[in-house]
Design a protein around this ligand. Sequence first.
Ligand code: GLU
Length: 322
Amino acid sequence: MKRLWMLFAGMLVLAVGVPATEAAVRYATIGTGGVTGVYYPVGGAISRMVNAKRDEYNIRATVESTGGSVFNVNALMAGDLEFGVVQSDLQYHAYSGQNDWEGRPQTKLRAVFALHPEIVTIVAAADKDIKTVADLKGKIVNIGQPGSGQRSNAFDLFAVAGIDPDKDLKAEGLRPAESAGMLQDNRIDAFFYTVGHPNGSVKEAAAGTRKVNFVTVPEEMVAELTQMHSFYASAAIPIHHYPGVANDADVPSFGVKATLCTSADVPEDVVYAITKEVFTQLESFRSLHPALEVLTPENMLQGLSAPLHPGAERYFKEAGLM
Ligand code: GLU
């Protein structure tokens, strides 16, 4: 009899309790970049903040390592991700239907907030004498894997530099985690990485026995790029993060901003919760990665071109930021 009662009670719990809680849990997968990048730890930090408030929000956030910005936009639009870190230039191109999305504007793309600045960083083996962009001709260059932001930036730079990537150099499409080792092993001469500084892969390359230098992007090319694309800005690679490099001053290049994006299909309260947690705990968020140190509530609303997701807008209005 007692057993029967317990069985009955158990069935009651199954019938009433379990479905109610499970239905309320929302899953939020955040697409980032390679594991040696900045996106990956930043995505991890965001997910931990939201998961810590699980009782309040019922959101279960997870982080995925991906190919980068272009991959993230496409996965967001396919509904495979709820959030993705995307370079500001690519957010713009995707929403307006340019470059990788020529004639196919991604109208459901939504902006959440901006993150850290990223610099188009070209690391070269010092023994190859690659001082400036034109010296990349005839070299083996990792321009980044398909789906990465750096690959798109490399093509834009080659266009203004008059370099044909099919004829003038040997382009490789490797992941950032492979770049430093391949350069040290003399299998590539240089690699592109659009990334926040300091970065682990660049540190690894700079600390090897084969000496490396950053490649200068000449002023006139930077000027042409910033005129061509409103989301490009001139920038300099801070060499103090990389003690071993052959350069003796910060290296001129151009840059973008990392931004957090989502889809119009993601529920308002999920986007609201993520925005609120990051903004109300900005101090501790900033301390999670040195690239995030420069963030302020104000600059986190700059560099967005897709429409703001209503969940983010709700928080910004509430916080008096809009
Ligand atoms: N900016 C790179 C991209 O969009 C990723 C950089 C990172 O992972 O920190 O592919």
